[in-house]
Design a protein around this ligand. Structure first.
Ligand code: PLP
Length: 303
């Protein structure tokens, strides 16, 4: 049953479903004090979860990488996600599943093994990582001069995380210079990713995306499948910024909007400052696939 109090979203926490605004974690939770948390985000479009298995599997891998252990199985999580979205009544939703380190059973302890890890989930209306008008004209990204992506040896980018210090600094620099968003390089000068998105380049009819130092985005995975579907060769490899700027066309991929055109990076303008043809085609295929029952499942309150 849809409840009006839940129209801004719903959350599941400690066995209870509540309006999203009521969900809170203690100030001493290590998820908050140490960003010691992992999460994943799946979306619902027109009443259907897209690629739920992919998101749940990635989340299970992140839990293992972060050495987090929660009571809920992947099946329990799937059921909880169905229930909160059904309860919210949202037809298009951003749905987050989270596992936090929690609090140590011995107050003040600094031993992560003593923490009581816990799972929670929440959903809100669909979030566009790029504003809709930016999707129409193409995004403008700035590569910051002095900030690079945190080293993979320090924070594993394949376990989705809240360590956004590098992205936040990059965002300030980009916004203050009039750009929409930021794109970070690693310490060797290879292109990595931006806050909430992976990137692809198209050059001479071939597609490339950074191989390492990035989250293995589900939309990135789908975009590679779309390449195969359209017979376009695609490879994952290290790409220097100079190589990336040689692209004919560039796009981002994100759960918050699918394949999104990028028309400017720093001073470089791509595809005549308009969304490129490959991106346009991929975007169409991506949204069309949302209706395919093999890739999506209907939100079900009784799951
Ligand atoms: N890279 C980072 C750092 C992200 O946080 C995200 C998603 O939020 C992505 C890439 C894109 O991944 P996905 O396509 O699974 O949304």
């Amino acid at each position: 049953m849809v409840d009006k109090d839940f129209s801004n979203g719903a959350a599941w926490m400690a066995q209870e479903i509540m309006p999203v605004g009521k969900a809170a974690i203690p100030v001493t939770d290590w998820g908050l004090t140490h960003s010691d948390i992992t999460y994943d985000v799946v979306h619902v479009w027109d009443g259907r979860f897209f690629r739920m298995d992919d998101y749940l599997q990635r989340f299970q891998r992140s839990l293992a990488k972060c050495r987090l252990s929660v009571d809920q199985s992947a099946d329990d999580m799937r059921r909880i996600l169905h229930q909160i979205v059904a309860r919210s009544g949202l037809d298009r939703s951003y749905v987050s599943m989270v596992a936090s380190r929690g609090q140590p059973s011995v107050p003040g302890s600094r031993d992560p093994r003593l923490c009581d890890n816990h799972f929670y989930a929440w959903c809100v209306p669909f979030v566009w990582v790029f504003l809709e008008e930016v999707v129409q004209r193409g995004a403008h990204l700035k590569v910051p001069e002095t900030i690079s992506r945190i080293a993979t040896e320090s924070v594993d980018p394949t376990a989705k995380n809240y360590h956004w210090g590098d992205f936040t600094q990059g965002l300030f620099e980009a916004k203050e210079a009039g750009f929409d968003n930021t794109l970070l390089l690693d310490h060797d000068g290879h292109v990595t990713e931006g806050p909430g998105f992976n990137v692809f380049m198209v050059k001479d009819g071939k597609v490339r995306t950074p191989r390492s130092g990035v989250l293995e985005g589900i939309t990135r995975k789908v975009a590679m499948e779309i390449c195969e579907h359209h017979g376009v060769p695609v490879t994952e490899q290290d790409i220097s910024l100079a190589d990336f700027l040689e692209a004919d066309e560039v796009f981002a991929t994100t759960t918050g909007g699918g394949p999104v055109p990028i028309t400017r990076i720093n001073e470089r303008v791509f595809s005549n400052d308009a969304p490129g043809e490959v991106t346009r085609q991929f975007n169409q295929t991506y949204w069309a696939w949302h209706e395919d029952p093999a890739m999506s499942e209907k939100v079900n309150a009784d799951y």
